[in-house]
Ligand binder design. Structure first.
Ligand SMILES: Cc1ncc(COP(=O)(O)O)c(C=O)c1O
Length: 396
C-alpha cells in the first residue's frame, strides 16, 4: 500500500554543521535537467567546462582535474590507491578523524605507514614532521588542510618544503577548504588535492573533485601493477574526461549539472572574494561567540579554519539538548564533536551559502537563546553586537 510509504517531505533546515551545507537554488534547478547519455553532444561541452571551472577552483593548470563519482572519501581513497603500491611508504600527519581515515586507507593499500600524531587543537610543528620523515624513503606525505573534526587549518607551504626534502608526493585533503580557504594547487606544488561537492561549493554530496600534478600522473603511469581499485583508477577515468571520451562508468549526470552551476557561481563571485567572505564570517562568529562568554577550541586564531568553527562546550551545559533546541526551535543544524572530542565541542560550519552576515547573526542569536534556556549566564545581545561590529570592518 502506497499509504505506508509517504513521499519524502523533509523540514527546511539551515545547514550550519560541518557539512553537508546549504545548496544554492540555482544548483537545484540545474539538477532537474533531463538525464542525457554520457556522450550526448549536448553534454560533452559541459564536461569540458567542468574541467575548466574546477581548474579555476583548484588554482591549477593540471590536465588531470575532474570530479570523481563519489563523496569526499572517494577522493581520499582515489588519491592514495593510485599513488601507493604494496610496500610503499606513506607519512600521514594525523591531527583528527579524517587524517586517521587516510592512515586506514594506506594500510589497506599494503603501504608502510608513518603515522605522525600531532595535537588536535593547534597547527602542527613542521619540525616534528620533518623529524618523523627525515632520512626515510617516503613516497607520499599526506595531510588534511582543514581538519573538519577539530577546526584546525594546517598551513600547506611548510609541508611542500618537507615533501621536497624527502622527495615525497604531497597529497592534500581539501574537503572542507576548497572554495572557503586560500588553496593554491600550483603555487604550493600540491601533487594530489581532492575535495567534496557538499561543503564550501554549495552543492549536494556526491562528487569528489580531484586534481593531479604532472609529476604524480607520471608516478601513476609507471606503476608496477594496476591500481587495486578498478572504479577509482584515475588513469582509466581520465580516458572519459580527456580527449578519448572513452566510457568507464556512467557518470551521475544530474550531479554534474548541479556541480557545473555551483562552480559557475564560484566563478561569478570570484574565488578570492569567496575566501574573503568566509574569513569575514568566521571573524564575526568568533567575536560573537567570545562576547557570549564561550571559548574557541583552537586557541591560536591563526590556526583556525574559517570554514569549520569549533567551540568548547561550557561546563554544565548539555551538548545534545543545545543541538536539539537549535534544530527544533530554529531549524538550525550544527554538529557535536567526533571521537575523543565528543561532548567537548560544537562544530559550526560557515561554508558556502552560510558564510554570510545573516547566517552568523542568526546563529549567534539562536545560540544565545538556547544557552540562556539552560541557565548559562551570558550578556544578552552581546554576541550579535560584537559580530555586527566585526562585520563592519572591511573584508580583507
Ligand atoms: C576533511 C574531510 N575529509 C574527508 C571527508 C569525507 O568526505 P565524505 O563524508 O563526503 O565522504 C570529510 C567529510 O566531512 C572531511 O571533512
Amino acid at each position: 500500500m502506497a499509504d505506508n510509504f509517504p513521499p519524502v517531505n523533509l523540514p527546511k533546515r539551515l545547514l550550519m554543521g560541518p557539512g553537508p551545507s546549504e545548496v544554492d537554488p540555482r544548483v537545484y534547478r540545474a539538477m532537474i535537467q533531463p538525464v542525457v547519455s554520457l556522450l550526448d553532444p549536448a553534454f560533452v561541452p559541459i564536461l569540458d567546462q567542468l574541467h575548466e571551472l574546477l581548474r579555476y577552483a583548484f588554482r591549477t593548470q593540471n590536465a588531470i582535474t575532474f570530479p570523481i563519482s563519489g563523496t569526499g572519501s572517494a577522493g581520499m581513497e582515489a588519491a592514495l590507491v593510485n599513488l601507493l603500491e604494496p610496500g610503499d611508504t606513506a607519512a600521514v600527519i594525523v591531527g583528527g578523524v579524517f587524517a586517521a581515515r587516510m592512515c586506514e586507507i594506506v594500510e589497506r593499500c599494503g603501504g608502510k605507514l608513518i603515522r605522525i600524531d600531532v595535537p588536535w587543537k593547534a597547527a602542527p610543528d613542521p619540525d616534528q614532521i620533518r623529524k618523523a620523515v627525515g632520512g626515510k624513503k617516503v613516497k607520499v606525505l599526506a595531510a588534511v588542510h582543514s581538519e573538519t573534526s577539530t577546526g584546525v587549518c594546517q598551513p600547506l607551504e611548510p609541508l611542500r618544503a618537507i615533501a621536497q626534502e624527502c622527495d615525497a608526493l604531497l597529497v592534500v585533503d581539501a574537503v572542507s577548504s576548497l572554495g572557503g580557504l586560500p588553496l593554491e594547487t600550483d603555487l604550493w606544488k600540491l601533487d594530489v588535492c581532492y575535495s567534496g561537492s557538499q561543503k564550501c561549493l554549495a552543492c549536494p554530496p556526491g562528487l569528489a573533485p580531484i586534481t593531479v600534478s604532472e609529476r604524480a600522473a607520471q608516478v601513476i603511469s609507471q606503476r608496477r601493477r594496476p591500481v587495486q581499485s578498478w572504479y577509482l583508477d584515475l588513469g582509466m577515468i581520465q580516458q572519459y574526461w580527456g580527449k578519448e571520451r572513452r566510457y568507464h562508468h556512467t557518470p551521475p549526470v544530474n550531479m554534474l549539472f548541479g556541480f557545473h552551476e555551483a562552480l559557475r557561481l564560484l566563478r561569478e563571485e570570484g574565488i578570492e572574494a569567496a575566501w574573503a567572505r568566509h574569513k569575514q564570517s568566521h571573524m564575526a562568529l568568533v567575536q560573537g561567540v567570545e562576547a557570549l562568554g564561550l571559548k574557541m577550541f583552537v586557541e591560536d586564531p591563526a590556526a583556525r579554519a574559517w570554514t569549520v568553527n569549533t567551540i568548547r562546550i561550557p561546563a554544565g551545559v548539555d551538548d545534545a539538548r543545545i543541538r536539539t533546541s537549535l534544530l527544533n526551535r530554529f531549524g538550525i543544524d550544527i554538529a557535536g564533536g567526533l571521537d575523543k572530542l565528543k561532548g567537548q565541542i560544537w562544530r559550526i560550519g560557515l561554508m558556502g551559502l552560510t558564510a554570510t552576515p545573516s547566517s552568523v547573526l542568526l546563529m549567534l542569536s539562536a545560540l544565545e537563546s538556547v544557552l540562556a534556556d539552560q541557565g548559562f549566564s551570558l550578556d544578552r545581545g552581546a554576541g550579535v553586537a560584537a559580530a555586527e561590529k566585526a562585520l563592519q570592518a572591511p573584508a580583507q
